[in-house]
Design a protein around this ligand. Structure first.
Ligand code: DGT
Ligand code: CA
Ligand code: CA
Ligand code: ZN
Length: 587
């Protein structure tokens, strides 16, 4: 644990003790301890701990010395964990509201019985907070504004929304004359399905103009930090972004560090240490001595094992005996071990896809006609396009009755025969899985289709056993080709239905049903966490855009990103296969 991390925990202990109404002297001892630790040099702190001389430092008594030692050597502190567990989480959460310190929260709790932010909002709305001693109208208004702010800005954002903003900023950053390299880092680069904030890393000769440009973007609501090499902003949309400017020779190390994840970084640093090296955002240098990596690099100490600088992340990984680890895999979930053994998968890429299934037209709830969708697919170079409009039970989505469906099948046959487009169209349906697991069309009708995507759209509140049995029954139907959006989740909006995903995967494998990775940025369903194991056991994936208009085809990028995060290779994804192979599969 770094001294910064230790100091933060000591500070937190002070706050929690105050929240509990503990003796003020004790509270102040922790606050002072935090400041003392912060003021020490990192190496000096290590030395004092090793020599058991912490108590010789002014402001650190026996109890504090013991806790600092425990933190520094084990990375944990039982006392802190117990303390946190002893306080209602709602009270701790209230600390996030600006202007609310432990004293005020304690008063709100004791005098008004307020135990969480929701209760606080209500008390403010009813004017009860203003009436309290030491609060008043002004404070109440400020608290309410803080709560609203937190609701608007405290949330995460869909990967796709963040990616679109990030792409446009990166394009402009790279066009600045001072900028040599610019990349997005953080969870966005790792392809997480939701993103907390954007992190940009820039190599530039002169940081001032870059920070100035960044902090004066037109969509900005607030500049939350501005320094010589760092800027943080909040856009109107609520999305926040950090920008860091570094010298060119540090770029790769900063990019790697701020890409994360934290777990991946911790394992990489340990690996470096085992090789007598220190890795940080500043560089990779021989370990040992009193200086930090930053000081060593600034002092001109050569970076480990290289003439001048690591120009690429591949070179950085190479210095630690690893092949390049794609950002999507950097979650500390075994990627370093796999890289060491040379067993990283060759991850699927967008260009590997030759077409996609599960797309809607104006026949049901889509916004473009069959011809428009096909023309757009042709423009993207797709060999094939799978149409799957809703089935009759999805009335609200204009689901097709048998007659309209069979008319569409004939229309698609005629379109293919006309050779108007180079893209072949497969006829299909997104067929509802009824509440009891039967499909929404009879066998004779389903037999007319190339591809049946079976999905749950109603009776979503069934309990887990019922829902699981229902989906498995649909998988056992020999007409089912693909299982659509397995859990029905809508990211940041709606939990998926309760279903035993493991059992559904087993049944899909046993019945040779393809499982969809729905690429709609709100869905990304089946979730990335299941794919690696399932695909190793033989499950086939189809990355489907679920497009309701031609622009929806672009969502495939979100789907491919999620698939990469699930360790999937080209071979494990069905729609990388050439047209002839897909025709054979469907026949
Ligand atoms: P987010 O923004 O919540 O979606 O997730 P990230 O991963 O983008 O997290 P963020 O923005 O706080 O930081 C970006 C990366 O920087 C993170 O993945 C790892 C690195 N990093 C940030 N703070 C720390 C830290 O305190 N310790 C370590 N080891 N790494 C950190
Ligand atoms: Ca971030
Ligand atoms: Ca950040
Ligand atoms: Zn659907």
């Amino acid at each position: 644990m770094t001294k910064q991390e230790i100091a933060e925990i000591l500070g937190d202990i002070g706050i929690l003790l105050e929240l509990k109404g503990e003796n003020p002297f004790k509270v102040r001892a922790y606050q002072a301890g935090a400041r003392v630790v912060e003021s020490l040099e990192e190496a000096e702190l290590r030395r004092l701990i090793a020599a058991e001389e912490l108590e010789s430092v002014k402001g650190i008594g026996g109890a504090l010395a013991q806790k600092i030692t425990e933190l520094a050597t084990t990375g944990r502190l039982a006392f802190f964990e117990d303390l946190k567990a002893s306080i209602a989480p709602g009270l701790v959460e209230m600390l996030q509201i600006p202007g609310l310190g432990p004293k005020k929260i304690k008063a709100l709790h004791e005098k008004l019985g307020i135990g969480d932010i929701a209760g606080l909002a209500q008390a403010c709305a009813e004017g009860r907070v203003a009436a309290l001693d030491g609060f008043g109208e002004k404070t109440q208004e400020k608290i309410l504004a803080g709560i609203k702010n937190r609701e608007a800005y405290g949330r995460r954002h869909l990967w796709w929304d963040a990616w679109e903003v990030s792409e446009s900023i990166l394009g402009s950053l790279r066009a600045l004359p001072q900028v040599r390299r610019a990349e997005a880092a953080g969870s966005l680069r790792r392809g997480l399905e939701t993103v907390g904030d954007l992190d940009f890393i820039v190599a530039a000769d002169d940081s001032g103009p870059v920070i100035d440009w960044f902090t004066s973007l037109p969509e900005i609501k607030e500049v939350t930090a501005k320094g010589e090499t760092k800027g943080s902003v909040r856009f109107e949309s609520g999305l926040q972004a950090d920008l860091r400017v570094v010298p060119a020779k540090q770029f790769v190390f900063a990019l790697h560090h701020f890409t994360g994840s934290k777990d991946h970084n911790v394992q990489m640093r340990q690996r470096a240490l085992a090789r007598g090296l220190s890795l940080s955002e500043w560089g990779l240098v021989a370990s040992g001595g009193e200086e930090s990596v930053k000081e060593k690099v600034a002092g001109g100490q050569p970076m480990a094992g290289q003439g001048e600088e690591a120009r690429t992340e591949a070179a950085l990984f190479g210095l630690l005996g690893l092949c390049y680890i794609p950002p999507e895999l950097r979650e500390g979930l075994g990627e370093i071990e796999a890289a060491e053994r040379g067993e990283l998968p060759r991850l699927i890429e967008l260009a590997d896809l030759r077409g996609a299934f599960h797309n809607h037209t104006t026949a049901s709830d889509g916004h473009n006609t069959l011809a428009e969708m096909t023309a757009a697919a042709e423009k993207l170079g797709w060999e094939y396009l799978g149409i799957a409009d809703h089935s009759k039970s999805s009335v609200q989505a204009k689901g097709l009755g048998e007659e309209r469906l069979l008319a569409q099948v004939r229309e698609i046959k005629a379109l293919n025969a006309s050779k108007r487009f180079r893209t072949h169209v497969f006829s299909g349906a997104e067929c509802d899985i009824l509440a009891d697991g039967r499909l929404d069309y009879d066998d004779a009708v389903l037999a007319q289709l190339d591809c049946v995507v079976a999905s749950v759209h109603n009776a979503m509140t069934q309990d887990e056993t019922v829902m699981t049995a229902r989906i498995i029954r649909a998988l056992e139907n020999p007409r089912t080709t693909i299982l659509g959006h397995l859990t029905g989740r809508l990211l940041l909006r709606r939990e998926g239905y309760r279903v035993n995903v493991g059992k559904v995967i087993d049944a899909a494998i046993a019945n040779e049903v393809i499982v969809e990775l729905n690429a709609n940025p709100q869905r990304l369903d089946m979730d990335r966490r299941y794919w690696r194991k399932a695909a190793e056991r033989g499950l086939l994936c189809a990355i489907n855009p679920d497009a309701h208009r031609t622009e929806g085809f672009a969502f495939l990028l979100a789907g491919v990103t999620a698939a990469r995060k699930g360790w999937l290779t080209r071979e494990q994804v069905f729609n990388t296969r050439p047209l002839a192979a897909v025709k054979t599969y469907f026949s």
